[in-house]
Ligand binder design. Structure first.
Ligand SMILES: NC(=O)c1ccc[n+]([C@@H]2O[C@H](COP(=O)([O-])OP(=O)(O)OC[C@H]3O[C@@H](n4cnc5c(N)ncnc54)[C@H](O)[C@@H]3O)[C@@H](O)[C@H]2O)c1
Length: 359
């Protein structure tokens, strides 16, 4: 039986041979990127931000260089980790690729699909490796489900659910408040990508979206998606950011031979973070094996995205979240908006353009 508490990112520890530079010194870099890289022993040369004061503050805290600008930083590093709002990512990618540096982009890959396609073309034409920070693939519960599926311990997968019901204060991110696409592009995109990593690309998606009357954010804050697969598997993602009473976050993966159920510690008592719980039941068992997983999705899983990129650069292999693969996650995100707008099931493979929710 798979041990979900095992360290799935151990293989990346000590991949410190390449120098990393980070552009953007916002909330996520301070709370997740830098602590995770520190713990894994990756070599971070320095950081830069259009807000020089912020760059210095973060650089001082983590004892790295504060570069005055991106151009200076790329001359000094091998890999650039981008962590700015998505509309700035395409131009940053241009500068980084021109300098011959490898890249870890943020999710969403771009604000619009065409820009994301251009990023993929720029990367394909250059001798660089580029991945996207969809680190939920290294969240231990997701990784353990992946191993159980591979072992056949779940049998034929039939039903997968991720359910997150929390209260999110978006006001820390003024640029997110203004975005016409919110919940899917900035949050559920992780669950869509995690489902893709486990089961591949769905052949259909049916989505519904909503807001609450007084919300300050422009975009959707409640979404529900049913992903349809060619066999009998159906996956649902049900997320609400307006639960002021009793936060919870759980998952369940059911197959003909077994099931996994558990909670996502990062959100289960949000904003408090705790361990994941993970339980595996073989078919016919009434009680299963129950685990508590202390490593958190944030920041621990961030070792996986950067580590797999560093490993890919060294081995010449393709990282699991490479930009071309991520285009399919973005396509699926777009398909959810199209499905909501048209009130119908959409085949994601047919969606090559952007859709914004209409109300
Ligand atoms: N992978 C994840 O799980 C995850 C989680 C949270 C945020 N994110 C993504 O990370 C990015 C940053 O999020 P955040 O929460 O840190 O946002 P934030 O608003 O806290 O920080 C953004 C930072 O980028 C800087 N910046 C903006 N434009 C810049 C530019 N052109 N050049 C240099 N610096 C620039 C700002 O000054 C700010 O310090 C977003 O794309 C977001 O979607 C990803």
């Amino acid at each position: 039986m798979v041990d979900p508490t095992r360290d799935y990112t151990e293989r990346y520890s000590g991949l410190g041979g390449l120098e990393i530079g980070i552009v953007g010194c916002g909330e996520i870099v301070e709370s997740a990127h830098l602590p995770a890289y520190d713990a894994a022993g990756f070599s971070v040369a320095g950081v830069t931000d259009e807000n020089a004061e912020r760059a210095t503050e973060v650089a001082d805290r983590f004892d790295v260089v504060a570069y005055p600008d991106l151009e200076t930083m790329v001359a000094d590093v091998d890999v650039v980790d981008v962590a700015v709002p998505p509309r700035f990512q395409p131009e940053i990618v241009d500068t980084v690729v021109d300098a011959g540096c490898h890249l870890l982009c943020q999710k969403p890959l771009a604000d619009d699909f065409e820009a994301a396609e251009r990023i993929c073309e720029r990367v394909a034409d250059a001798d660089v490796v580029a991945a996207v920070n969809q680190q939920m693939r290294w969240e231990k519960s997701i990784r353990a489900v992946s191993d159980l599926l591979e072992e056949g311990a779940l049998g034929t997968p039939l039903r997968a659910t991720i359910e997150v019901n929390i209260e999110t204060d978006w006001s820390n991110w003024g640029w997110m408040l203004e975005s016409p696409r919110l919940e899917v592009m900035f949050h559920s995109i992780h669950y869509l990508d995690a489902m893709r990593s486990l089961f591949g690309d769905p052949v259909g998606v049916s989505s519904t979206m909503a807001k609450v009357p007084s919300q300050p954010a422009e975009g959707e804050t409640r979404t529900l998606h049913v992903l349809e697969y060619p066999d009998q598997l159906r996956a649902t993602i049900d997320v609400n950011h307006n639960n002021w009473a009793d936060p919870y976050a759980r998952f369940r993966f059911e197959g003909t031979e077994g099931l996994v159920r558990g909670t996502i510690g990062l959100f289960d008592h949000y904003p408090e973070s705790g361990p994941d719980t993970f339980e595996f039941l073989a078919a016919g068992d009434s009680e299963g094996e129950r685990y508590e997983i202390s490593d958190a999705w944030f920041p621990d899983a961030f070792v996986g995205t950067m580590g797999s990129l560093l490993e890919a650069i060294e081995t010449g292999e393709t990282p699991p979240t490479h930009v071309q693969d991520n285009l399919e996650t973005l396509r699926l995100a777009n398909a959810t908006y199209k499905s909501w707008n048209e009130r119908s099931r959409v085949d994601p493979s047919t969606v090559a353009e952007d859709h914004e929710p209409t109300w």
